[in-house]
Ligand binder design. Structure first.
Ligand code: PMP
Length: 391
């Protein structure tokens, strides 16, 4: 898994004096929503007879670019965005990918120019999602190359570029816009993985040239490996489709079918029960994330060991009420005396992802807020204990 680097899991000496079980909050594996899906039981069970979904191709509607996108999934994506109000879907081409990870690479391919003598620079404002640099440079492409922090990028000096804008941002939860002063030379990719009501108040439908979402964070079904891009320009959508054709000859129909079924369920439950029901996934998810953030803030309390960003309440048009952002990750900052936040927590066998991986400082550590309940509760207990021992 991107960034799930091997770590030395041995317990160093700590105030507890004994062996502590490992609490791994490094990857953002979204198991937090499992209880909801367990409660839904058979409602989105999928049965696929052996003779179905065998073709590489999908029976796409006329005029569509992405020839492997199941019409059922296309309809479900459009319906879900219209319901949630988080993205403009009219006059957009939809390209499905094996996770948004594949769409990121397809977008880089589509936005770069094979005739150019030099690879185009790819930047994102620090702290940026730690996988962007790795994914950009992994194949040593001559089309594009990672060029670091967008805040430091000078387009006049360094020329054309692609800026990736991740909003709300992984790791620190901030809402973002592009930062490079571009003189018309820049192209933008909007990664909107976390622009869903459980994580962020929906204040307007996103309306960008190339934006993508992922099923992994929308509902927690990361194992299905489904992402989708909403693309304004037909040529860009054609190139992205070509990339996926060459890379994997399309995207699993089984997964697309299951995704469509689950998205339909979200919309149907909303239609039937409205917002005032624990069956409403986004309402449920928002309340769950709110509780987690409240418990985390309580555990950190008035400690001068750690801090996390604070967020303003905003009106969410989907939930019909004000709500704070409840990001999928806590961007934990250690105090001035602690140079490496990761080593401090590792002494207590808690793993997070080091701030340096995000183009930031080792004073920061990214902690997943998406673990299962028992792991999250262990984490809070251990955080409380660390405060007692270290303060
Ligand atoms: N973008 C961001 C900001 C992410 O956090 C992630 C998952 N951690 C991805 C993209 C990739 O998600 P997937 O490939 O599962 O769609």
């Amino acid at each position: 898994m991107c960034g799930a680097e091997t770590t030395n899991h041995s317990t160093e000496s700590n105030g507890f004096g004994g062996n502590l079980s490992l609490i791994d909050l490094d990857p953002g594996n979204p198991t937090v929503f499992e209880p909801y899906w367990r409660r839904m039981g058979d409602k989105c069970r999928v049965v696929i007879p052996g003779c179905e979904l065998m073709s590489y191709k999908a029976a796409t509607k006329p005029g569509k670019v992405c020839w492997f996108l199941l019409p059922e999934l296309e309809d479900a994506i459009v319906r879900l965005h219209r319901l949630v109000g988080n993205a403009v879907v009219d006059d957009r081409y939809i390209v499905v990918g094996t996770g948004s990870t594949q769409l990121y690479q397809a977008a880089l391919y589509a936005l770069s120019n094979p005739a150019s003598l030099k690879p185009i620079n790819v930047v994102s404002a620090a702290p940026y999602y730690s996988c962007y640099p790795e994914e950009t440079d992994y194949l040593c492409s001559r089309l594009y190359k990672w060029a670091g922090d967008a805040n430091e990028y000078n387009a006049n000096k360094s020329g054309p570029f692609i800026e990736v804008v991740n909003s709300p941002n992984n790791p620190n939860g901030s809402l973002r816009e592009s930062v490079v002063k571009d003189c018309g030379q820049g192209k933008l990719i909007h990664d909107l993985a976390y622009y869903w009501p459980q994580f962020m108040p929906i204040n307007r439908p996103a309306d960008h040239d190339l934006m993508y979402f992922t099923f992994s964070k929308c509902t927690g079904h990361a194992g299905s490996r489904i992402g989708w891009a909403l693309v304004k320009d037909r040529e860009v959508a054609i190139k992205m489709t070509k990339y996926i054709e060459l890379n994997s000859i399309g995207v699993s129909k089984d997964s697309q079918f299951r995704t469509a079924k689950i998205m339909e369920l979200l919309c149907n439950e909303h239609k039937e029960f409205g917002l005032n029901s624990s069956n409403n996934f986004f309402e449920y998810g928002n309340r769950l994330m709110a509780q987690r953030w409240e418990s985390l803030r309580e555990a950190i309390g008035s400690s001068d060991l750690f801090s996390v960003p604070s967020f303003e309440r905003q009106y969410c048009f989907f939930l019909g009420r004000p709500t704070k952002p409840y990001p999928a990750f806590a961007w934990l900052k250690c105090n001035e005396e602690t140079e490496d936040c990761g080593s401090l927590l590792r002494r207590y066998n808690i793993l997070g992802r080091n701030g340096k991986r995000f183009g930031a400082d080792a004073k920061y550590l990214r902690i997943s807020m998406l673990s299962s309940d028992d792991v999250f509760e262990d984490f809070l207990d251990r955080l409380n204990a660390i405060r007692l021992f270290e303060e």
